[in-house]
Design a protein around this ligand. Structure first.
Ligand code: SD4
Length: 290
């Protein structure tokens, strides 16, 4: 049976799921809802892990990664994009206006400008201060649960029962210049199949990429696993594949076409936001490590 429209997102990004969810109940497509939903966090200056105000790399560059996927199986992505506040919207333009799926760096910026996006300095005073503080020690140590907010990955089902997804991030703080994570990689940070459902990831992108985590979860759901079982299997594989898994966080959220949600992570502390039928909630994910 077709579920009532639903928006789910990584972390306690309820402002984003409320935005997307209320659009869905006004008849918006899942694709429009995920884009507008994640844009809330891209524009949130207090969030130092997505969009404007995102933490820079080691050299002080704010470089953004984002992707979007539509129910028809089409996808768009941008990586290492500088100076554009809403990379998800550029990713959507890549999907809709070019024969390509992914644009990187200079070329992505050039394309964004051609499409009418405005350049903007995304390094806020606070992020610059924190980076300069970090430079004193230069210790690269990913933080497990960053103040309950991190990369936003979102999945929506609309009135028609179609599913769309988006994922957007400034990547790991103080990453190497040039580093790209899982978030803009179709199959890693996001994957969906309109016959089955979708999945999104947050946390240590390297581990998600090596497991092609979101694609794996969708395939496991296709084979009959619940979203919860599929997320648990993906985390179990990441645990097996990475001896140092105690040192980093990975979390997945999955949504199937019946509107069932699953979520699992390595370390406790991960939550996901949900909006359905006028109700907004933040939900605690079970974890591999107790
Ligand atoms: C990345 N998955 O770039 C993203 C960032 C993230 O915890 O979620 N950080 O690896």
């Amino acid at each position: 049976a077709k579920p009532s429209p639903i928006a789910v997102a990584t972390w306690n990004f309820q402002n984003a799921t409320k935005m997307a969810g209320s659009m869905l109940y006004e008849g918006a497509s899942a694709l429009d809802a995920v884009e507008k939903g994640v844009m809330v966090e891209e524009g949130n200056l207090k969030n130092t892990t997505v969009g404007n105000g995102g933490a820079p790399d080691r050299d002080g560059n704010v470089t953004l990664d984002a992707c979007i996927m539509s129910p028809d199986g089409n996808a768009g992505s941008v990586v290492y994009l500088k100076e554009i506040e809403h990379p998800v919207s550029v990713a959507r333009k890549v999907m809709e206006e070019t024969p390509h799926v992914m644009l990187a760096g200079e070329g992505a910026l050039q394309f964004a400008i051609q499409q009418g996006f405005k350049r903007k300095n995304l390094l806020t005073e606070n992020s610059e201060k924190a980076w300069k503080e970090w430079l004193k020690e230069k210790e690269y140590r990913p933080i497990i649960n960053i103040e309950n907010h991190d990369t936003i990955g979102m999945l929506c089902i609309d009135e028609k029962g179609d599913i769309a997804g988006a994922c957007t991030t400034s990547g790991l703080a103080y990453k190497m210049n040039g580093r790209v994570g899982d978030s803009p990689i179709i199959g890693a940070g996001l994957y969906l199949d309109n016959e089955v459902g979708g999945a999104v990831a947050t946390g240590m992108g390297e581990a998600v990429m090596k497991s092609v985590g979101s694609f794996l979860i969708v395939e496991l759901m296709r084979q009959g696993n619940s979203p919860q079982e599929a997320c648990e299997e993906a985390i179990n594989r990441i645990v097996k594949q990475n001896k140092n898994h105690k040192e980093f966080q990975v979390a997945f959220v999955a949504l199937n076409k019946a509107g069932e949600i699953g979520s699992y992570c390595i370390h406790k502390g991960f939550t996901y936001a949900k909006y359905q039928e006028g109700e907004s909630s933040n939900n605690t994910s079970p974890s591999y490590m107790i």
